[in-house]
Design a protein around this ligand. Sequence first.
Ligand code: ADP
Length: 276
Amino acid sequence: MLFMGVDIGSASSKCVIIDDAAELVAQAVIPAGTGTSGPGRAVEKALAAANIGDGGNGGANRAGGGRGNDCIRQIKAVVATGYGRNTYENADDKVSELSCHAKGAAWIMPGVRTVIDIGGQDAKALSISDGGKLVNFVMNDKCAAGTGRFLDVMARVLEMNVSELAVFDEKADGLVPISSTCAVFAESEVISQLAKNAPIPNLIAGIHQSAAARAASLIKRIGAEAPVLMTGGVANNAGVVRALSRLMGLEVLTSPFSQTAGALGAALIARERNGC
Ligand code: ADP
């Protein structure tokens, strides 16, 4: 028996499949399309990428009808989460991102006490109890600063892919501070630093420091307690992770499942709700 979690975010759709022993079967991350098809199409792609033989209908075959293969027939329940969860019609349940990230984080790292989740358009700090329960959280969903969007905009200004930022950051021998807290003003600041020929690695280190400072202030509001796990797509940016560890004075950990933590949590909740 299999359980599926689908996390439809602003920047990407994530799909995770687990079995009845809560072991990972497949995961996929598909960047959100910019076309007219929207998140539903991205979810279909994620399901196909997860290699579960979707048959092109977004998982609706899971009960065994239509073109679904054996694996699809085994999918007992689907939980959707994320900002676009209400757009996904094939879910049995829809669950908040906070609950899913807490659940996913506790699976990734048993004993985790603090989670910092930085996605495409928001950032959240979660405090987790001994038993893996969410006990407190704070979030920034009002301002682009310190979110993936901020980093995406900066990468565009620097004419590089967001995945290249960390590579340059590693070469920094100093830091060009970004003083504006507002993402729009920070963008102007970066443009003017470029005009002054500021060294690119040091400028990127400053951008990462600025994003990490926002995350650190969120974590401080709930009280940082180790171990700290970073989830969300920005966990792929080693430059931000390093800057955050430095600012917090403790190691911020990541996992190959950091970006899919929400979808993983959704799959775990689907499993629990079906008595496993
Ligand atoms: P959402 O859940 O809102 O869709 P994600 O958790 O998928 O967002 O995070 C998206 C953000 O993660 C992007 O805005 C980008 O800044 C960052 N990101 C994603 N992949 C990478 C990568 N390979 N390297 C660096 N940053 C990345």
